[in-house]
Design a protein around this ligand. Structure first.
Ligand code: GRE
Ligand code: ZN
Length: 329
């Protein structure tokens, strides 16, 4: 399929590129590092070969969220967003951008979001899970009450928020001890990020901002598969809604306030399950390049056994509508 739009597509700056090294064998790292730092060269050639017309680019993970020093987090986010704006501005026909957000400082987070969207033309925010504020185990999740004005800014700008994975905090890795392969994309990213997404629902965030849209990668970080059971137990009228502030059923928010992308999860039956649960209008093609192979993602998606009308929606039209891309892509 030509004309695809992809939106979990990563780059890095010198300050953050090292965060991605642990995920690759030493001999692969120089190539991956180069791919992370490149936006206009190899990346565009691969997009051409894959039928990807437009990519919305975000910083690697955990990057800003793992900078304990608050002032430095604010500074690196600003510089990364400026660097991205400069490159994207050279190929506005092919590239868009998500803003990196220094959640360590809620006021600065709202300011940087507004600057990125209003001044730099960015299409939304991408945050890599919890933020560390002052120390490795000083973690703050995005449902924290300190973010009320940040979320009001998100809702006011009418741009989506991509909740992207990172590994759990150092003090919460017992279940992975002795079996480090469980960390990262094999399992821990999804467990951490899926729970974080449910925190957003349970906090009542979407009662306050009913039009707010949150994007999850990897076909929903497990949430699509599990939402009936979570909803059955935790919804206000469910079996045990202890501590839940959300007024309606969890599954209603999931279907009204979330989008899911295919990033890094190239499995047709999982995509079909996601489409059945959330609706074909809320699934979006993405690759997760350069952590995944862009060609594999495109080949899988182009040939997946879904209807061609769904392929057009998931591959292009849903993203055009969500990001208001008419005139851009
Ligand atoms: C990602 O950010 O999407 C990612 C990593 C590391 C490994 C795989 C992956 O940061 O998808
Ligand atoms: Zn990713």
């Amino acid at each position: 399929m030509d004309g695809k739009i992809a939106l979990e597509e990563h780059f890095a700056v010198d300050d953050t590129v090292g965060d991605s090294q642990e995920y690759f064998p030493a001999e692969e790292w120089p190539g991956k590092r180069r791919q992370l730092l490149d936006l206009l060269d190899e990346r565009l050639r691969r997009m051409d070969a894959c039928g990807i017309e437009y990519a919305i680019i975000s910083l690697n993970s955990p990057a800003i969220q793992a900078i304990h020093d608050v002032k430095r987090a604010v500074d690196v986010a600003r510089r990364a967003n400026d660097a991205l704006a400069d490159q994207v501005g050279r190929r506005p026909d092919r590239l868009g951008a998500f803003a990196a957000i220094p959640m360590q400082d809620p006021d600065a987070a709202a300011d940087e979001l507004s600057r990125a969207v209003a001044d730099l033309g960015f299409l939304g925010a991408l945050v890599n899970g919890f933020s560390q504020v002052g120390g490795a185990d000083e973690v703050v999740y995005c449902d924290d009450s300190r973010y009320r004005s940040f979320w009001a800014a998100m809702a006011g700008l009418e741009v989506p928020f991509y909740l992207h994975p990172r590994n759990p905090p150092p003090s919460q890795r017992q279940v992975y001890s002795g079996q480090p392969w469980l960390m990262g994309p094999a399992w821990a990213f999804a467990a951490e990020t899926g729970a974080h997404a449910l925190r957003l629902i349970g906090s009542g965030l979407f009662d306050e901002h009913p039009n707010l849209q949150v994007i999850l990668g990897h076909l929903g970080e497990g949430v699509a598969h599990y939402i009936w059971r979570t909803s059955h137990w935790a919804s206000a009228d469910g079996r045990n809604p202890a501590g839940v502030r959300a007024k309606r059923a969890f599954i209603d928010y999931f279907r009204a306030n979330f989008y899911l992308t295919t990033s890094g999860n190239f499995r047709t039956m999982a995509m079909r399950g996601a489409m059945d649960e959330i609706g074909g209008d809320r699934v979006l093609f993405s690759t997760d390049y350069p952590f995944e192979d862009m060609e594999e993602a495109a080949r899988w998606f182009d040939n997946a056994e879904i209807g061609d009308n769904d392929r057009l929606k998931i591959g292009r039209e849903n993203a055009r509508r969500l990001f208001k891309l008419a005139g851009r892509a």
